[in-house]
Write a protein of this length. Structure first.
Length: 143
């Protein structure tokens, strides 16, 4: 991967994020429908969520390196990108609180419910963010 250009790395990262978004949306919907009753599905959701947010970190790294993420995100012209950052942070924080509560009780909690609602808003904004950049996903054709 070291021989790849930044644009190719970003394209790979964005495709991985597109798939991760589909998986986390499916996992979130499944947990919402079943009230998080099945321990295995909660753990699968936690694993997918961690991989999803690791991929988001890579996406941010490819755009901004490790320097001044907050400052650069605040200076974004796109309101969608700004709200995406806010809801990503709220999703992560509420997810951490929810998983610690869930580990202690193995029961769905109001915190988990709030996390789910915030997470769904985050996913809607993420999909909007992606749709406005859909041209980037087109494959390069070699003549």
């Amino acid at each position: 991967m070291s021989g790849m250009t930044k644009a190719k790395k970003l394209r790979l990262c964005d495709w991985m994020l597109a798939f991760a978004t589909a998986f986390i949306l499916a996992s979130s919907t499944q947990l919402e429908i079943t009230d998080s009753r099945n321990i295995m599905w909660v753990w699968i959701h936690v694993i997918i969520g961690n991989l999803f947010f690791a991929n988001i970190a890579w996406h941010l790294y490819l755009h901004f390196s490790w320097k001044s993420w907050i400052k650069r995100l605040r200076k974004q012209k796109s309101q969608v990108t700004r709200w995406l950052a806010v809801f990503a942070l709220l999703t992560i924080i509420s997810g951490i609180v929810a998983i610690f509560h869930w580990i202690g009780t193995y029961a769905h909690s109001p915190v988990g419910g709030i996390h789910g609602k915030i997470g769904f808003v985050f996913l809607i904004i993420a999909i909007c963010h992606t749709v406005t950049r859909i041209k980037f996903f087109k494959f390069e054709r070699k003549s």
